[in-house]
Design a protein around this ligand. Sequence first.
Ligand code: HEM
Length: 176
Amino acid sequence: MGRPYQPSLLRLLHGATAVLVPLAWLSGLLVYSNLDGRWGRLPWRIGGDWIDLHGSTGVLLWPVTLLFGVYALSVGRRRLQQPANALALLALALAVGSGKLMQEDWLRQGVLDHWVYGVHLVAWLAIALCVAVHVGAVLQRGGLPLARSMASWRMQANDQPRHWIGQVRRAMGQRR
Ligand code: HEM
């Protein structure tokens, strides 16, 4: 098998997602520990306005997820036939979608029983599990070379930023 290559637009959108998701996940853990803690808290309290940081990460993650979703469902749809890829995208959609319905003040005001917050907590668990399964499946299928191909800077001559619009258009056209 040759060296695996990932399209540059996928690397950009996937990379932005893979940076923002751990930030959102960790800041969410601190928000939960400081303001909820019904199922346990972290042993140390790290003060700070984690809700603000978590919210800002969410604001960035929302458009990135939308673009990544459009990409994955069009240009990348064959990759979505891998169940672990599809699961990671579903968990991401659940986390971002339920987060969008959350109101920042709920936790500050002690509102912990809203169903949207319940869904958001489940999504927080689900994304950790699904991303772990996704990374495990990638390593099992293609080992480190496949995992590394997602973080490579190499760009083929026919896969430059100016080709991105055409790639999406062609993939959308094939659907009809
Ligand atoms: C952090 C959250 C992550 C999410 C939400 C996510 C989601 C996805 C999705 C939806 C795809 C399919 C894209 C398409 O259809 O074109 C994909 C592919 C891929 N991801 Fe991730 N991913 C994440 C993290 C990671 C990490 C940390 C790695 C590093 C090992 C990784 C490695 C890959 C690789 C190598 C592929 C291509 C696999 C293939 O060709 O089937 N992902 N990812």
